[in-house]
Design a protein around this ligand. Structure first.
Ligand SMILES: Cc1cc2nc3c(=O)[nH]c(=O)nc-3n(C[C@H](O)[C@H](O)[C@H](O)COP(=O)(O)OP(=O)(O)OC[C@H]3O[C@@H](n4cnc5c(N)ncnc54)[C@H](O)[C@@H]3O)c2cc1C
Length: 386
């Protein structure tokens, strides 16, 4: 056999070590309190502080900026393992690492990176990433928030909605229009923080699932942003955001795989315990078929997700594969959680069993970071070279 193997589906020692570390933390510190935080809808500050200490809030950031210096393969495995214990906390990890921190790190000047990245990477504050607006969701090119240059400052006005960490995050990366005549190419990115007057979070959403994740609106009321807080050049914000979303979709795919796996784990346990007609549930072929389909879908989603992460770490274009992974993994996760509730019968509908929360949490995954329909548009555009 040749030494230059081109396919390798085995996790390296390092990846296995990271998986084990995250799994231990998730099992011991997250799973036992996941339902409690879901019910109270409080942001789990202590858990995020510990995630920061473990280096899991600066995953993609080099060590010179106090990050962990890891890649997307590690990132995917970390998000997957946290999602197995609580998808809502995994959502926070994904938004903080993959969107806000990553955007500032990838496109920001040295000065801005020095100012914000070490604080974000160590979890001293959470980061928010603001693209969505009340009238600009899937059609982000319709952004209305404006940034007008006056002397050494951009003056920001407008609002964002549905922003993860909108209230609990002190630092945000937001997109605003600097030149309306240029359409999408007149949208720019800014790194801002809540010491700037007129920038505040508001209207915490009361959600179906992901309830301990802080989802809120952001308001910009004549915020004076020093012009060196522009990220990259004026007009580059939209294209930067698309690249950030490509990577972000890997983490939503991983989150989906972890959530679906949690649904399968719970179903395997329950069908081994529950007796009906004098047999354990897993002895019925009708139930076995459901378990088999869930396991097959999860494995396929995991392979797509890991492939997308692997390609990202190799510096390849991932627009197509990341959209495929996000679409497939989120759709199978929704189905897996629904089957898990069905398998649990009436017990699946009550909060004593974990599948009730999974069923509510999972639906966000076909919506956030581009809906399933948007992923299909991205995939088709790539196939048709449009
Ligand atoms: C819990 C949560 C957290 C979030 N976190 C963030 C965040 O941190 N930062 C951020 O910027 N945003 C965030 N979002 C916003 C999220 O990305 C948007 O909700 C999503 O992109 C969809 O936009 P919309 O809700 O405006 O729906 P719309 O764009 O209004 O879409 C409504 C429906 O129409 C469909 N649709 C729209 N256009 C087309 C088309 N051309 N063809 C076919 N179908 C179409 C959509 O697929 C969807 O089914 C979050 C949302 C939630 C719920």
């Amino acid at each position: 056999m040749s030494n230059t193997t081109t396919l390798n589906f085995t996790l390296s020692e390092e990846l296995n070590a990271i998986k084990e570390l995250t799994q231990n933390f998730a099992d011991n510190e997250i799973r036992p309190v996941a339902l409690q935080f879901d019910e109270s809808q409080e942001f789990p500050y202590e858990i995020f502080a510990k995630l920061g200490e473990l280096g899991l809030l600066g995953i993609l950031i080099p060590t010179e900026y106090d990050g962990s210096g890891l890649g997307y393969q590690e990132y995917a495995i970390i998000v997957e393992e946290i999602a197995r214990a609580c998808p809502a906390i995994a959502l926070g990890v994904a938004a903080h690492n993959g969107l806000c921190t990553n955007h500032i790190f990838r496109f920001g000047s040295d000065e801005i990176k020095q100012k914000y990245i070490p604080i974000l990477a160590t979890g001293k504050t959470m980061g928010a990433w603001g693209l969505t607006e009340p009238s600009a969701g899937s059609d982000a090119g319709g952004t209305r928030t404006t940034a007008v240059l006056e002397g050494d400052y951009y003056i920001l006005n407008g609002s964002k909605n549905f922003i993860t960490h909108g209230n609990v995050g002190n630092i945000a990366l937001i997109m605003a229009v600097t030149d309306k005549s240029k359409g999408k190419h007149g949208i720019s990115a800014f790194a801002i923080d809540k010491s700037m007057n007129g920038f505040y979070g508001s209207k915490k959403e009361n959600k179906l699932g992901m309830r301990c994740s802080d989802t809120a609106s952001l308001t910009f009321d004549n915020v004076r942003v020093p012009k060196n807080h522009l990220i990259g050049n004026a007009g580059e914000g939209f294209l930067q955001a698309l690249q950030i979303l490509d990577g972000g979709r890997i983490s939503i795919a991983a989150l989906s795989v972890g959530t679906a796996q949690a649904a399968l784990d719970a179903s395997l346990k329950y069908t081994n315990e529950r007796m009906q007609f004098g047999k354990r549930l897993h002895e019925f072929q009708g139930i076995q078929f459901k378990l088999a389909k869930m396991a097959m879908d999860i494995e396929a989603a995991r392979l797509l997700t890991y492939k997308a992460a692997w390609m990202k770490d190799r510096g390849e274009n991932i627009t197509l594969i990341a959209a495929q992974a996000k679409l497939f993994a989120s759709e199978i996760a929704v189905r897996a959680c629904e089957e898990a509730v069905q398998i649990h019968g009436g017990y699946g509908y009550i909060k004593e069993y974990p599948v009730e929360k999974l069923y509510r949490d999972v639906k966000l995954l076909t919506i956030g970071e581009g809906t399933s329909e948007v992923q299909k548009m991205v995939i088709a555009r790539n196939l048709l070279n449009k």
